[in-house]
Design a protein around this ligand. Structure first.
Ligand code: ADP
Ligand code: MG
Length: 769
């Protein structure tokens, strides 16, 4: 028993020890559980705080994401854009104003740019709108997440409550088990008591022992049960531990999830923030770039404006100067025109002067040539033919018949043209005097011939032409405008006076008329008396007219008296002087005799001034009686003159001087060294065309006649031979040697039966002689 007692004792100790260990373990577990729950509570607390923080953060972010910055930025941009638009508008206005005079600004690059910018701005605005929408979305998401978080929290709370319940249950059980343990502790004192009774009461002990043994068994059962309970409790603890671990894991999981969600949210938020920032930055940079571009454009426009302004200024300046020029242009033009006119005028004047000079030179050359020609003529001896056209007179009447048919060459004064039957016939003479030529001009061409008779040459000047062509006008002229006759005598006087130092000169004058082939002395006492032409008896071969009155003249007055006397004589002999004079040849014979006092040389020159009868062909118009006889005589004498000249020209051996009284009388003045001037007078009137034509043809024929070489007719020089003077046919009743040659001295006509007037003139002449 002792042993079993000891053993039981031992067992009892071991159990007590074991209980103590279990109790310790339980307290440890309890404290562990407590600390763990505390820890969990703390964790839950911190999580709650975090949640709150996050909610705050979310609200903050939400307020931040409310787009205030973006809006502000957008507003700023809009304001900036508005300002820029305004500025653009102003600029456009300015530009339009500037460009207005040039061209309307259509499709301008700036406008286009502005439109582009506006578009982009609206795009940006749209983008901002999108961003805002997205933000709202994100907000929604955040809200959802917050909701979920609240759910999770709620669940966490639930689980925490469960846990609290579990804990309570566990603590209750722990208390139960402690109570049990306490009851168990009170049991061993009973055992001690039993053992003591056993020890005291042995027999009884044995019974007691059995009882105790059963009691032990029961206890052992009880311990086993307790052990079971403990095991159960341990299992429960383990399961609660497991649940706690599970809960913990769940919490960590939730935490992780929360963290992940938070992270995700943060990430998303960051991403969104970044995106927003980027968008804003982008928009900003774009806006800046655009702004810069706009500014650049603006600057470009400004520079353009600045460059345009000087251009405009220069343009306006140019325009003004142009306007000024235009204003001044008429004046300038006038000035230039005036200058040009002046220049042209000057040039014309110069040309004119040059022309005049050339013409003058040409004329001079022509004159020189003519002079040379004349000189040649003088040396050779020739007949010169001049033409003189009288002006149209009142007597010509009016109408086409009185029209002029004669024209002249402006450059050649030797040519005249005659319009005959619609054709222009040209004639070349030695000189042509137009109607306007004065008596003086005509005489200038004659004076050399006149003066040559001072040197001893015989000279004949004939006036040829139809009646009324101006023969008498040329030879005699009028009192106011004297002709060749008077001018010749005046010239001779002055020339003689000039030579008076060495020479003695005597000038005497005879006047005769040949009518119907009979010669009459116009200065004689008996004008009706017919004079004969006779050869000089001295054998000189010279002819003379016995009885021909010769007046010595010394002054112009003397000449006038002689002419007057001759006229009076001629007039008294006929009933109509004009008619008579037209049918007779009137001769003024001037003889110049000179004596060189130092050498004794004598010269005699004869100047025959002949106003021929009218050359018109009367005979053809069926004239009868005396008219026919007159015409026949005139024709005969004029053709005889032509023949003689022709014979002389062609140097024929036989010159028919004696075919007419005129040629016979003028034989020694036509032949040899004589000089002849034929002044062919023509009328320019249309009605006289055929007569004019005849006269000019005669003139041309005569012009080409050449006389022999001119020699000075001096007494020391041998006279031409009889043959030369054509003396084979002597004049009837010619008795050479019987009469003294005329003109050798002063012939004094004896006073006769002249009219009282002519007698008185004669007397005057005699006194002057
Ligand atoms: P002719 O003697 O040939 O018959 P006139 O000499 O009698 O001709 O002239 C006829 C008219 O013409 C006259 O009245 C004359 O004065 C005039 N006459 C002729 N020639 C000229 C002239 N050159 N200038 C002016 N009148 C002239
Ligand atoms: Mg006449």
């Amino acid at each position: 028993v002792m042993v079993s007692m000891a053993h039981l004792q031992e067992e009892k100790l071991r159990l007590q020890e074991e209980l103590r260990g279990l109790q310790e373990k339980l307290t440890a577990q309890e404290s562990d559980e407590l600390s763990r729950s505390l820890q969990l509570q703390g964790q839950v607390e911190t999580l709650k705080g975090k949640l709150l923080e996050q909610a705050q953060e979310i609200s903050r972010l939400h307020s931040e994401l409310g787009g205030t910055d973006a809006e502000k930025q957008r507003d700023l941009l809009a304001a900036e854009n508005e300002r820029l638009r305004q500025e653009m508008k102003v600029m456009e206005g300015e530009l339009r104003e500037l460009r207005w005079p040039l061209a309307p600004c259509q499709g301008c690059a700036h406008l286009q740019e502005n439109a582009g910018l506006q578009e982009r701005l609206s795009q940006l605005q749209r983008e901002a709108e999108e961003m805002r929408a997205r933000l709202a979305e994100v907000d929604l998401e955040v809200q959802q997440k917050t909701n979920r978080l609240a759910e999770v929290e709620l669940r966490l709370k639930d689980s925490l409550a469960e846990r609290a319940e579990e804990e309570e249950r566990l603590s209750r059980r722990l208390r139960d088990s402690q109570e049990t343990i306490a009851s168990l502790k009170s049991q061993p004192q009973q055992i001690k008591y039993i053992i003591k009774t056993v020890e005291v009461e042995s027999a009884k002990t044995k019974q007691a022992l059995c009882e105790s043994q059963s009691r032990n068994e029961y206890l052992q059962e009880q311990v086993g049960m307790q052990r079971q309970v403990l095991k159960e409790m341990e299992q429960q603890l383990q399961s609660s531990q497991k649940t706690a671990a599970q809960l913990r894991a769940q919490i960590t999981m939730y935490e992780a999830e929360l963290e992940r969600a938070h992270g995700q949210m943060l990430e998303e938020m960051q991403a969104m923030e970044e995106e927003k920032n980027r968008a804003i930055e982008e928009a900003f940079s774009r806006a800046q770039v655009e702004m810069k571009a706009v500014h650049e454009n603006l600057a470009g426009v400004r520079t353009n404006l600045l460059t345009l302004q000087p251009a405009l200024r220069t343009l306006t300046h140019d325009y003004n100067s142009l306007k000024r020029q235009v204003r001044n242009f008429p004046l300038l033009l006038q000035e230039t025109l005036r200058n040009a006119r002046a220049e042209i005028g000057q040039a014309i004047e110069e040309v004119h002067n040059t022309n005049r000079e050339l013409l003058r030179k040409y004329r001079r050359e022509l004159q020189l040539r003519k002079k040379c020609h004349n000189e040649l003529v003088r040396l050779k001896g020739n007949i010169r033919v001049f033409g003189r056209v009288r002006p149209i007179t009142k007597e010509d009447g009016e109408g086409p018949e009185a029209a002029s048919v004669v024209t002249f060459d402006a450059d050649d004064d030797a040519v005249l043209h005659l319009l005959h039957k619609g054709k222009q016939v040209s004639f070349e003479l030695d000189k042509v005097f137009p109607p306007q030529a004065s008596q003086e001009e005509v005489f200038q061409e004659v004076q050399a011939l006149v003066t040559s008779c001072i040197d001893g040459y015989n000279v004949c000047i004939f006036a040829y032409g139809q009646t009324g062509a101006g023969k008498t006008y040329t030879m005699e002229g009028t009192a106011a405008n004297p002709g060749i006759n008077q001018r010749a005598l005046q010239l001779l006087f002055s020339e003689v006076r000039g030579k008076a130092v060495d020479w003695d000169y005597a000038i005497s004058v005879s006047a005769a008329e040949i009518y119907n082939e009979s010669l009459r002395d116009l200065l004689g006492k008996e004008p009706q008396e017919k004079l004969e032409i006779k050869l000089c008896p001295d054998g000189s071969g010279q002819l003379y007219v016995p009885g021909l009155t010769e007046f010595r003249v010394q002054s112009v007055e003397d000449i006038n008296k002689v002419f007057e006397f001759g006229h009076v004589n001629r007039a008294t002999e006929c009933t109509n002087l004009n008619e008579h004079s037209s049918r007779s040849h009137a001769l003024l014979i001037v003889t110049v005799r000179g004596l060189d006092r130092s050498t004794g040389l004598r010269t005699t020159g004869k100047l025959n001034l002949v106003d021929l009868a009218g050359s018109e062909r009367v005979g053809r118009s069926g004239a009868e009686g005396s008219r026919l006889r007159e015409a026949q005589h005139i024709n005969k004498s004029l053709s005889a003159l032509g023949d003689v000249i022709y014979a002389l020209r062609s140097r024929q051996g036989h010159v028919p001087f004696r075919n007419s009284k005129l040629t016979y009388l003028l034989q020694d003045s036509l032949s040899g060294d004589s000089k002849t001037l034929m002044m062919v007078q023509v009328s320019p009137a249309e009605k006289n065309t055929s007569e004019t034509l005849c006269s000019l043809k005669f003139a041309e024929r005569v012009r080409s006649v050449e006389l022999g070489p001119v020699s000075r007719k001096a007494e020391l020089v041998s006279w031409p031979s009889q043959e030369q003077l054509e003396v084979t046919e002597g004049p009837p009743g010619d008795s050479p040697g019987t009469a003294a040659p005329p003109g050798r001295g002063h012939t004094s006509p004896s006073p006769g039966q002249l009219s009282s007037r002519s007698a008185s003139i004669r007397r005057k002449l005699q006194t002057s002689g």
